[in-house]
Design a protein around this ligand. Structure first.
Ligand SMILES: *Cc1c(COP(=O)(O)O)cnc(C)c1O
Length: 484
């Protein structure tokens, strides 16, 4: 596709705001350029069509199925966007709650934060929340910092954090950034093995980070045993709850005995994940960890007024400017209230049902390494197809030709040639069936004509890239003068 510069035709213009006036009449002379700005000349309709076409080259969940495992690319209802755009919220200045006497001007916003925290406490069985972290991994780092603050305060000398090999990749990174030595333990039959845990458990262990469901989409059945073992050495339990749409309404991590949990509002609670947009990774804690939560915290006075409280001497301090991504928790708040306890539970049930339905339909065509009831996602392996020279990468590319987003591939690392599929709760059966049919057709093609799949995608604006060249020999500018 041509760039807008290549489409430029001298003399073609859109409408000019001050027709008939010289520039000097409305722009101070000293601000006028001495040379041409070098902008393209194009009519308004040319510009609209150009950018509309460009936007259609983006792949998004509003356009197509997007089963990118671990990312929860579900459809989020548009009403939450309307709520987040209400001028009463968008026109607030973030400094307002801190100004003397101005608190009354932002009671509604403070109430939303206060109530969202309370709702998340109820959903997860935790004692208190901070909404400040701006993403899942940021929530993890905050959580591990809370862990460190707890041990420091108690005078515990702890140096290690245990992370199972089925945990999300950000977990060991967060623990390492917080200064801990990361001890990895191998899973057995796809879940945490209490015996492997026993072998590494000692007084140096500050805590353990569990992803549940884990990256294989499996529920960690040994949670109570794991909790009991860590309690023996005064280690804290961290629950990576980024994928809460697999357990919401079914278990409460606080009731299981976890001390710290982070959620991804930009997965489960009505903000799209991906694209680097604003996220929110609230962290919930048990009573013994609550004194260390970041400041500020929203509190409610007896007369019903809300205010920001900074008076927590044991707090780890600030983890984000102001209060986090307010628009994201506004959407979460609206979403939770709209769905209610019944709706949230049904979201979980539908996410799990969709994944199991697809897993069942695909079990003949593909190897499924841990083929039992899964949670919101499941992991296939293309080892059988790889024998014919068709790798998970080729299958992912072939799916693009059929109009689907590819699943996550080569993650988790513990499964060869893996494809991690997460259908989410928002897709209907017909969509799931179309995807499954296409995937089965690709598996058949891998048998009949493996060579053809190695060239996919063939129908998209960008076809198979030379990934080494893309990384090593990048061309980041365009030679407009010599554009063809
Ligand atoms: C997505 C995800 C994360 C990281 O969240 P980001 O917002 O992308 O930083 C952490 N853990 C799990 C299990 C996830 O699925």
């Amino acid at each position: 596709m041509k760039t807008i510069f290549e489409k430029s035709v001298a003399g073609r213009e859109g409408c000019w705001p001050c027709e008939g006036l010289a520039e000097e009449a409305y722009i101070p002379k000293e601000l006028l350029r001495n040379e041409e700005a070098g902008l393209p000349s194009a009519g308004e309709l040319d510009v609209v069509r150009h950018f509309t076409k460009l936007s259609q080259r983006n792949f998004g969940v509003d356009g197509n199925f997007y089963p990118l495992g671990s990312c929860t690319m579900k459809y989020n209802p548009k009403f939450t966007e309307n709520v987040a755009a209400l001028p009463g919220f968008t026109r607030l200045h973030p400094v307002l709650p801190q100004l003397q006497g101005a608190g009354r001007l932002c009671q509604g916003a403070l109430e939303v934060m206060y109530e969202t925290e309370k709702l998340l406490c109820e959903i997860t069985g935790m004692n208190a929340y901070t909404l400040h972290p701006m993403a899942g991994a940021h929530g993890e780092l905050t959580g591990v910092m809370l862990m460190a603050a707890y041990h420091r305060d108690k005078g515990n000398k702890k140096t290690k954090v245990i992370v199972p090999d089925s945990a999300h990749g950000t977990n060991p990174a967060s623990a390492a950034i917080a200064g801990y030595e990361v001890v990895s333990i191998e899973s057995r039959d796809g879940i945490v093995d209490p015996e492997a845990l026993r072998e590494v458990l000692d007084d140096d262990v500050a805590g353990m980070m569990m992803t549940c469901p884990n990256t294989l989409g499996l529920f960690e059945k040994n949670l109570p045993e794991v909790v009991a073992m860590l309690r023996e050495v005064d280690a804290l339990l961290y629950y990576d709850g980024a994928n809460l749409n697999a357990v919401m309404g079914k278990i409460r991590v606080g009731d299981v005995g976890f001390d710290i949990v982070h959620l991804n509002l930009h997965k489960t609670f009505a903000t799209p994940h991906g694209g680097g947009g604003p996220g929110s990774g609230p962290v919930g804690v048990s009573e013994r960890v609550a004194p260390y939560l970041p400041i500020s915290r929203v509190q409610k006075l007896e007369d019903g007024q809300f205010f920001l409280d900074y008076d927590y001497p044991k707090s780890i301090g600030y983890v984000a400017p102001f209060y986090g991504n307010f628009g994201v928790f506004l959407k979460a708040y609206a979403y939770i209230l709209r769905l209610g306890a019944t709706g949230l539970t049904r979201a979980t049930e539908n996410a799990v049902l969709s994944a199991n339905y697809m897993r069942k339909r695909l079990e003949e065509a593909f190897e499924i390494p841990y083929n039992r009831t899964c949670m919101h996602e499941f992991v296939l392996s293309a080892v059988r197809q790889a024998e014919k020279g068709v790798r998970a990468l080729d299958i992912a590319k072939a799916l693009l030709d059929k109009g689907h987003h590819a699943p996550t591939i080569y993650f988790p690392l513990i499964v060869k040639e893996c494809m991690m599929i997460e259908p989410t709760e928002t897709e209907n059966k017909a969509t799931l069936d179309t995807f499954v049919d296409d995937l089965i057709a690709i598996a058949e093609m891998a048998d009949a004509d493996p060579e053809a799949l190695q060239h996919a995608p063939t129908t998209l604006p960008v076809t198979r890239l030379d990934e080494t060249k893309a990384a090593r020999g990048m061309e980041l500018t365009e030679d407009l003068a010599n554009a063809t």
